[in-house]
Design a protein around this ligand. Structure first.
Ligand code: COA
Length: 163
């Protein structure tokens, strides 16, 4: 199946409610790669972006992310000792992007994806980075809603000139 992706940007400094009760934020690079891979696989399973990846695929993806993310802006949210959401930040062509944000299947719809991205946005703002992008597979409604509710607007199709 051919999927298209769109690019979104956020330039405002609007902030929303921070972390939920009982949720703590931890720097991504301090979290075990197996824990991150389990969260990634669980979050994507059954979604529009699920391509049938297995745990080894998820581990390879996490190893790639750990080599490319900006550590100080990339966070993992824990509920107790369980990793429940993450927001990673990468730089592409000089622009900071949230890529990816994921929430454990059992914890979706509780605001944790939003809270994770807010943590990254807060950290980016503190570093004077106010233009932040995201690329979203068209039809990924939860992700589209998450980012638009945080002030991101669609600027065009990813990888092409705006349209
Ligand atoms: C996208 C994702 C991170 C959202 O995480 P979440 O913790 O459930 O998000 P939140 O609870 O903070 O909700 C964010 C918004 O999405 C909406 N939303 C959440 N789940 C939804 C669903 N199944 N259908 C429609 N909207 C949904 C919420 O209502 C909220 O919108 P609002 O602020 O307008 O009310 C999660 O669905 C996920 O991990 N998906 C797989 C990975 C992925 O696609 N990541 C995005 C890559 S760019």
């Amino acid at each position: 199946m051919t999927r298209s992706r769109s690019e979104y940007r956020r330039t405002s400094l609007t902030t929303r409610t921070p972390l939920h009760y009982g949720i703590t934020a931890v720097a991504a690079h301090t979290v075990d790669r197996e824990v991150l891979a389990t969260l990634l696989l669980d979050a994507y399973r059954g979604t529009i972006d699920d391509e049938g990846e297995d745990h080894d695929d998820a581990l390879a993806a996490i190893d790639h992310y750990l080599g490319t993310i900006i550590p100080e802006h990339s966070v993992v949210l824990f509920e107790g000792d369980r990793a429940v959401a993450l927001s990673f930040v990468v730089v592409v062509d000089g622009v900071h992007y949230i890529d990816p944000v994921t929430t454990a299947a059992s914890h979706k719809g509780r605001g944790l994806g939003t809270a994770a991205v807010m943590e990254s946005l807060r950290s980016l703002a503190a570093a004077d980075v106010h233009i932040v992008g995201a690329t979203i597979t068209d039809g990924n409604t939860p992700s589209e809603r998450l980012f638009t509710s945080l002030g991101f607007t669609r600027v065009g199709r990813w990888g092409t000139s705006a349209e």
